[in-house]
Design a protein. Structure first.
Length: 233
C-alpha cells in the first residue's frame, strides 16, 4: 500500500492533496496541521476515517474506501511541552485508525503523528512516541502498526532509531530531507515507525506550499506485532 504523510504548514498546502493522491496512487493519507474545522469527506478517491477535534490545526486520516474498512479510531493528547502549555497550538498529537483489508481479510493500524516542536527536548518527543505507540497497540493486540508524521527530530536520529529497534520497532527515514524552511534546521523531520510491516521504501516527494515535503511510504503488513510496549526513555 502507498501511504502519504504531509504536514500542511497551517493548512497552506491543502489544495495540493487531491493531485498528490492521484499522482502517487495513495491508499492512505495522513495529515498534520490540517484545518479540521472545514475538511472534505473525500479527497481524490479517499474517504475520511476521522480527524482530531480539540485543536483547529490538527490531524486527519483518509483511506481508500473500496480497499479498506475502518474498525476503530483513537486520538490522544500527549505529554505537553512548554510551547504547548503557553501557546496551545495542538491538543491531540496522535490519531490512529484500525483498518481491515477487504481483499486480504486482515487488519492493521495506521496513524498520523505530530510531535512537539523544536523548542521541546528530544526526551519529551521520545515520551510522546512511546505513549502513542502504546495507545496504538491497544487498538488491536498483535496487529501490524504504521505511524507516520512529523517527528520534529532533526538531530540524534540514530539514537532514537536504536532505542526503537531495541523494542522490536523500526524507524524509517525517507531518501532525502523533508524540511527546508530554515537553513540551520533543514533535515529529516518526517518519519515512519512500524512493527509487523515490511517497508519497501520511503520517498520524499517534491516540495509544495508547505515548509515540509510530503513523504510516500510504500509498505505491506508482514507479521504480527509484539505484545510488549515500546520504551524509549
Amino acid at each position: 500500500m502507498n501511504v502519504i504523510s504531509y504536514n500542511l504548514r497551517k493548512h497552506r498546502a491543502a489544495g495540493e492533496l487531491a493531485d498528490l493522491v492521484e499522482r502517487h496512487a495513495a491508499d492512505i493519507l495522513c495529515l498534520q496541521e490540517y484545518d479540521t474545522s472545514d475538511i472534505p469527506e473525500r479527497i481524490g478517491g479517499l474517504h475520511l476515517a476521522d480527524s482530531t477535534q480539540r485543536n483547529r490545526l490538527g490531524l486527519a486520516v483518509y483511506y481508500r474506501e473500496n480497499t479498506y474498512r475502518p474498525l476503530d479510531v483513537r486520538s490522544i493528547a500527549l505529554k505537553k511541552s512548554l510551547h504547548d502549555r503557553v501557546l496551545k497550538p495542538a491538543e491531540e498529537r496522535m490519531l490512529g485508525v484500525r483498518l481491515h483489508d477487504i481483499d486480504e481479510n486482515r487488519s492493521f493500524i495506521v496513524a498520523s503523528f505530530h510531535a512537539a516542536p523544536l523548542t521541546a527536548l528530544n526526551s519529551l518527543r521520545r515520551h510522546q512516541i512511546r505513549t502513542a505507540l502504546k495507545e496504538l497497540a491497544e487498538l488491536g493486540e498483535g496487529l501490524p502498526i504504521l505511524m507516520v508524521g512529523d517527528y520534529n527530530y532533526p538531530v540524534f536520529k540514530e539514537n532514537l532509531g536504536q532505542k526503537v529497534r531495541e523494542q522490536g520497532y523500526e524507524l524509517s527515514l525517507s531518501d532525502s530531507r523533508t524540511y527546508t524552511r530554515y537553513r540551520f534546521f533543514r533535515g529529516h523531520y518526517d518519519f515512519a515507525t512500524s512493527v509487523g510491516f515490511t517497508i519497501d521504501k520511503v520517498k520524499t516527494l517534491p516540495q509544495g506550499l508547505s515548509d515540509h515535503l510530503p513523504i510516500l511510504v510504500t509498505a505491506h503488513p508482514s507479521a504480527a506485532a509484539p505484545a510488549g510496549s515500546l520504551d524509549v526513555a
